[in-house]
Design a binder for this molecule. Structure first.
Ligand code: ADP
Length: 218
């Protein structure tokens, strides 16, 4: 797995969980907060820490924000700081910014000012919990550990034809568990099923094998 570089801004409960988990998964993580005690607390659990006011665009540029693969803005309660930080991060050249929003209005504002992805942890977790209660064996329940993954692969021209001819199991070591064509989903597709450009394949395999396929599909 390629080692990615992450910048996590705001080390409350959510930011701390994101930063320490990314680090445990083998990635490089720089974690920043404006409060010294929050920075100190996480010091030995990530690659680097810094005390920075993240609404300051120049300070973000100085820590090389444009070099990170992903920036996570994990500021919740202080909506103004959250929005200003997102604007500063994008202006300073951040490539991909994921923001946490406390409500739907904040989500909309964050998307308008350029957030690439917005999560609403409490809302999203509530939805997941409800689904899990109704369908106990849904997708989210499968804990594949750190070595395996289920991923969606968007079919490009390189991945067209029947599953038999594509021969993904022998070539990449992955199993196709579903084939999505628009709103139609074919579960456990057969060898004769054909994949066309823009279809989506859901595959399971080792992290290494699914990455090999994703790179090939690009
Ligand atoms: P949670 O609900 O996940 O605990 P909080 O909103 O309580 O999240 O925590 C946000 C964190 O972001 C706090 O640790 C706070 O010090 C930090 N923070 C808030 N504003 C800024 C800012 N301008 N620059 C850097 N860190 C900030």
């Amino acid at each position: 797995m390629k080692r990615q570089q992450y910048l996590v801004i705001g080390l409350g409960r959510f930011g701390t969980a994101v930063a320490t988990t990314l680090y445990q998964l083998g990635h490089e993580v720089v974690a920043i907060d404006e409060q010294e005690e929050n920075v100190q607390r996480i010091m030995n659990q990530v690659t680097h820490v810094a005390m920075v006011d993240a609404t300051d665009e120049r300070a973000l540029a100085a820590i090389g924000i444009q070099d990170f693969d992903v920036v996570v803005v994990a500021i919740g309660a202080d909506v103004k700081a959250n929005i200003l930080t997102t604007v500063a991060a994008k202006s300073a050249g951040a490539r991909y910014v994921v923001c946490k929003a406390i409500d739907d209005m904040t989500r909309r504002v964050l998307e308008k000012v350029g957030a690439d992805m917005v999560v609403r942890p409490e809302h999203d977790m509530g939805v997941r919990l409800a689904r899990k209660l109704v369908r106990p064996h849904s997708f989210d329940d499968i804990d594949l550990g750190n070595d395996y993954a289920i991923v969606e692969v968007h079919a490009t021209q390189r991945i067209e034809g029947s599953l038999r001819d594509l021969n993904l199991t022998n070539r990449f070591g992955v199993q196709v568990i579903a084939l999505k064509k628009g709103s139609q989903v074919r579960i456990t597709p057969k060898a004769d099923d054909r994949v066309a450009e823009h279809d989506t394949l859901v595959v399971v395999g080792t992290i290494e094998s699914v990455e090999k396929l994703l790179n090939y599909a690009e």
